[in-house]
Write a protein that binds this ligand. Structure first.
Ligand SMILES: [Zn+2]
Length: 201
């Protein structure tokens, strides 16, 4: 169905079709858009793709995206080091930063517990979180996983684990769109969920 073109054009359609959320029709539309674009624009796009892989890595401490060994949040001396907000993906950090409600640090798990997809606690950066909590500097952990089944399972697991360490564990208040990603919540809703977070035990 998708193998209609030949050579370079077909290669591009196939590569674009591998991207998440891009079906054969969208891949075709994007390929023709690129084909009809100015050469300079296409070069800029190609360079952006290469550069992101070359320059961007994950923060050694929190797992957020970074162009250095430590991300800008971890490096910022003004951040409150007594709080860690636990999220699934780097894009959730961006969503929470937009609310301007939170001044603590982050910990990016790299996903959520999802037995159907073969993702267990060992596949997430939970060990790294535990070691960050060892020195006693962190007083509160805010669990901000997605408001869906996998996010809830991950939150339940973490609450049990972190409570045993004597850290105060809080969870974002309800009111977030259920079943979705954190990033889909608007700033006001997410900000409210943050300030209304409740203690879990
Ligand atoms: Zn970091």
């Amino acid at each position: 169905m998708s193998a209609v073109y030949e050579g370079a054009l077909q290669d591009l359609v196939e590569e674009l079709g591998k991207l998440p959320g891009i079906g054969p029709k969208s891949a075709q539309r994007l390929a023709f858009h690129i084909l009809q674009s100015e050469s300079a624009d296409v070069s800029t796009l190609a360079q952006a793709l290469t550069e992101v892989k070359k320059r961007v890595r994950f923060c050694d401490i929190c797992g957020n995206v970074s162009e250095e060994t430590e991300c800008t949040v971890c490096q910022d001396p003004r951040r409150d080091r007594s709080m860690i907000c636990v999220v699934e993906e780097p894009k959730d950090v961006v969503a929470i930063e937009r609310t301007r409600e939170y001044r603590g640090l982050y910990h990016v798990l790299g996903g959520a517990i999802d037995p159907m997809a073969g993702v267990g606690p060992d596949n997430l950066r939970i060990k790294e979180l535990m070691s960050r909590l060892q020195n006693g500097e962190v007083k509160e952990c805010v669990i901000a996983t997605d408001p869906n089944l996998e996010g809830e399972a991950t939150a339940t697991y973490l609450v049990r684990l972190l409570n045993s360490l004597g850290v105060t564990v809080t969870r974002l208040a309800s009111g977030l769109p259920v079943g979705g990603d954190l990033e889909y919540a608007d700033e006001v809703t997410l900000g409210r969920a943050f300030s209304g977070r409740r203690e879990m035990d």
